[in-house]
Design a protein around this ligand. Structure first.
Ligand code: PHE
Length: 454
């Protein structure tokens, strides 16, 4: 069942594979979610638990997806089917991954559209005109995000941008763009860190982020750490199966996964250092999510005054846009590669079909904040419903199916063969890896999934 493809449908090098996967992993989750939950659940104490989860389980899940992708050379559905020819039902785990990608991308597009719109607002100085009037800034965001035309327009532009990259191909599109944008993202982040750390009273922000407070590390915090580790590494939705199928056969999957996990974590921590010292220095309350990026931070940037505020606000929204773009690329690639394989169609047609469908779904998600906010599913708006699906229900389920498949259905010799590049690498870690995918990871995922109902 050896993968035969090593053509243009693969990354050209190990570095290219790492950059593309880091691009997928580094997203909104790193920038507005990680720093906030880290501070909320006990700073250094949370960080410790997070590091255990992200390296002990998240990275192992990533390796598992890479193994399935590279060994089969297929996208999720066909990958599962081809690795267990007698039990084709497993392909529905792949389908679940594809459905998850579909929902996540719709929500990602909405938020990316907001980011793009705010980037323009920052550049032309419109954000600066609101000064530090936090009521005016919040009102502006509420009116904008609940309006009908502008958010849909910007999400459409963002979707087109993502599609163009996908249409340029795996090497000339995804890999090339990631190799340029990832370093740009790090430079922007470092510049923001320097600014933030040199503001008066910055140390309070660092304290919030890092000083360990075990009394704040509740059971909820531990579950949040696990959920964040998975979401941040983009595992549990088949994206890494697709990227795995593009990884060169000579690549050491353990080393690649280690680099991706370390870079993702490092960038999440840097984001905290770029954001919270500045927030505290302004005497504002720490928060996460849209409230942080679109309400608190604009006020923080405006407090820097005039041109400086405009420059740093533009840099921040550019950074957020880059993080969102490279993640959206990986989601769209997973979806269109799946459609190409399923319909045996052309990349062009498949990508356009998916983008069109995503545009429709994302528009509904966007409108559910405004004109359609009275339309509820299970008592919540469609936006919140999709958010719940994406953050707590679908990924753990899909990741659970994936590890169970790899640990109990695929022959162990095949898994080891793939991880050791057909015996050319030692893969001394294999017994530990196997123990984790057989017992630890399924148990952790089950706990996360079941507890999400309470
Ligand atoms: N890892 C991304 C983040 O941290 C989210 C994501 C999940 C992106 C799945 C692509 C696929 O925001």
């Amino acid at each position: 069942m050896q993968s035969s493809k090593q053509s243009t449908n693969s990354f050209s090098s190990s570095l290219g594979a790492i950059m593309a996967a880091v691009g997928s992993a580094v997203g909104l989750g790193n920038i507005w979610r990680f720093p906030y939950i880290c501070g909320k659940y006990g700073g250094g104490a949370f960080l410790l638990v997070y590091l255990c989860f992200v390296f002990g389980i998240g990275m192992v899940l990533m390796m598992s997806e890479f193994v399935i992708g590279r060994r089969s050379g297929h996208t999720p559905m066909k990958a599962f089917a081809s690795l267990s020819p007698k039990r084709k039902g497993w392909r529905y785990i792949g389908l679940l991954g594809i459905i998850t990608c579909f929902f996540i991308l719709s929500q990602y597009l909405v938020i990316s559209g907001w980011t793009l719109s705010y980037f323009f607002d920052a550049i032309i100085g419109r954000l600066a005109t609101m000064g530090q009037d936090s009521v005016a800034i919040s009102d502006y965001f509420n009116i904008f995000s609940t309006s009908t035309v502008r958010p849909v327009l910007f999400l459409g532009i963002f979707a087109l941008l993502t599609a163009v990259v996908i249409l340029c191909g795996v090497q000339k599109g995804i890999e090339a763009v990631s190799k340029v944008l990832m370093p740009v993202l790090v430079v922007l982040l470092v510049l923001l860190c320097v600014r933030s750390l040199t503001l008066p009273g910055a140390s309070k922000g660092l304290e919030y982020l890092f000083s360990p407070d075990f009394s704040k590390l509740t059971a909820e915090g531990v579950l949040a750490a696990m959920g964040q580790a998975m979401f941040s590494l983009s595992v549990g939705m088949g994206v890494m199966i697709v990227y795995g199928s593009y990884i060169p056969v000579s690549d050491n999957l353990f080393r690649t996964s280690m680099w991706i996990t370390a870079s993702d974590t490092f960038i999440a921590i840097l984001a905290g250092v770029a954001i919270f010292p500045a927030v505290f220095s302004c005497g504002m309350e720490p928060t996460g999510g849209p409230g942080l990026s679109f309400c608190v931070l604009p006020s923080v940037f405006n407090s820097m005054g005039g041109v400086m505020g405009t420059i740093f606000a533009s840099m921040f929204f550019l950074l957020l846009g880059i993080a969102a773009l490279t993640s959206a690329i990986s989601l769209l690639e997973a979806l269109s590669a799946w459609l190409v394989e399923t319909l045996r169609g052309r990349r062009w047609t498949a990508t356009l079909l998916i983008v069109l469908a995503e545009f429709v779904l994302a528009s509904v998600v966007s409108l559910s904040n405004g004109v359609w906010s009275h339309f509820h599913i299970t008592g919540i708006t469609f936006f919140d419903f999709v958010d719940k699906l994406n953050s707590i229900y679908l990924p753990p389920l899909c990741a659970f199916g994936t590890v169970i498949f790899e640990a109990w259905v695929m022959p162990s010799a095949d898994v080891r063969d793939e991880l050791s590049n057909h015996g050319t690498l030692r893969a001394a870690y294999y017994p530990a890896f196997r123990f984790i995918i057989r017992w630890l990871a399924p148990l952790a995922l089950l706990v996360v999934f079941v507890s999400s109902f309470f």
